[in-house]
Design a binder for this molecule. Structure first.
Ligand SMILES: *Cc1c(COP(=O)(O)O)cnc(C)c1O
Length: 399
């Protein structure tokens, strides 16, 4: 098996994080974020897509140090709520660097955002466009379209976006209501494993742009949303392939438009690809047990589960690499056997992996650690307040 560059990076970040964990011995479970990796991933995306505005999707990991670092490096932000706006502003982002990209918002939250200086919004409905015109007069708006998110590990389904036909009408009404219709937005699905997964939606955006251009309305922007992947048990294609595919799609679809249609300004909203590989979760083994004398598989119960931050194990969609250790050293060269992994709560769905093939040391016992690698995205931000009395996942940062 060839080891990819992502593996090498993961190993370096993991080594720094393990040094911190072994030295500080924080209570488990906890998430440790390696800030140099966050910086590195941001710059890798910027280098791969130099003309593109990078809006970090805050929900992937809202740790204030992460937001502050990205603001200092020149990132913009994709937010979904007043609290995320406050966080970005407190950590040094300018209001012009914030896109309120959640199409589902209360009128008073729009007014709050506008009051704090936010002037860029994403919408997908008539009601929301009207609310924007009333509570964010003169603001810029992108209309989100429904897309086919084939190739994505975490498709967004039909919750967000509207048909291209409706989006075209809503961009027209936005202009009539005094808003600035900027262009089209979409999300091609999270952990998109197909570098051409953006192509269909970019084609739709170009068609809408051409149609409105013919009516004298010029759109300037296309927002490619999230979806850039991270490495887990399986490695996605390299970032360069995504950048090449996306750039080629934009050239192909927008380059074919009639004269006078400008090449669009492009925004992208990576979440996972910036923070996933920067994080390691350390968990402790609570219990190792068997269900019968004949079943070879052991059940390994960790002190973290579905409600403590591992929401993305649902359907076993995301499979984190695991590193078991004892007394500060990973197990090496010991016999291993198959396991089912489960969380500590009394909820029957709090089982992490029973189909994915994981093998852990036969001598694994309570008190040993199991580190989950590549766990910086959609973990702490998804942990419950205190389901069953287990506290939410604590986050520490390594500089
Ligand atoms: C969650 C989200 C993102 C980030 O998606 P990733 O797959 O983590 O890159 C980007 N844009 C919007 C609107 C989102 O809701």
């Amino acid at each position: 098996m060839t080891k990819s560059f992502a593996d090498q990076r993961l190993r370096e970040a993991t080594a720094r994080i393990r040094r911190f964990l072994d030295h500080e011995q924080p209570d488990t479970p906890c998430l440790v974020i390696d800030l140099p990796t966050v910086r590195d991933r941001f710059h890798a995306i910027r280098a791969a897509l130099p003309q593109v505005g990078i809006f970090y999707a805050v929900k992937a990991n809202p740790t204030p140090e992460v937001v502050g670092l990205l603001a200092a490096e020149g990132a913009c932000f994709d937010v979904a709520s007043p609290a995320e706006i406050d966080l970005c502003l407190e950590r040094g982002a300018a209001p012009e660097a914030i896109s309120y990209s959640n199409p589902i918002k209360k009128a008073r939250d729009i007014a709050y955002a506008y009051g704090r200086g936010v002037r860029l919004f994403v919408s997908d409905s008539e009601q929301d466009v009207r609310a924007l015109a009333e509570h964010a007069p003169g603001a810029s708006v992108l209309l989100r379209i429904l897309v086919n998110s084939k190739g994505s590990t975490y498709p967004f389904g039909k919750k967000f976006g509207c048909s291209p036909e409706m989006a075209t009408d809503l961009l027209r009404s936005a202009a009539e209501l005094g808003l600035v219709p900027l262009g089209v937005a979409f999300h091609a699905g999270s952990q998109q494993l197909d570098p051409s997964g953006w192509d269909g939606a970019i084609a739709d955006a170009a068609v809408i742009t051409a149609k409105l251009h013919a009516e004298g309305l010029s759109l300037t922007t296309v927002n490619l949303g999230g979806g850039l992947p991270a490495g887990y048990l399986t490695q996605p294609p390299p970032l360069a392939e995504y950048a090449a595919a996306i750039t080629a799609s934009i050239t192909r679809h927008f380059g074919a438009l009639p004269d006078g249609c400008r090449a669009p300004e492009v925004m992208i909203e990576p979440g996972r690809a910036i923070v996933a590989e920067a994080g390691v979760i350390r968990s402790e083994v609570v219990l190792v047990s068997r269900k019968s004398y004949s079943d070879e598989r052991r059940w390994v119960f960790l002190d973290i589960g579905r409600y403590g931050g591992l929401a993305e194990t649902e359907g076993e969609a995301i499979a984190y690499p695991l590193v078991p250790s004892r007394d500060g050293a990973p197990f090496g060269g010991v016999p291993v056997g198959p396991v089912v992994l489960a969380g500590p709560t009394c909820d029957a769905d709090d089982v992490l992996y029973q189909k994915t093939c994981y093998e852990l040391p036969l001598e694994l016992r309570a008190g040993d650690y199991v580190d989950l690698i590549g766990a910086g995205a959609y973990t702490a931000s998804y942990s419950s307040v205190a389901f069953n009395g287990f506290p939410p996942l604590a986050t520490h940062c390594v500089r």
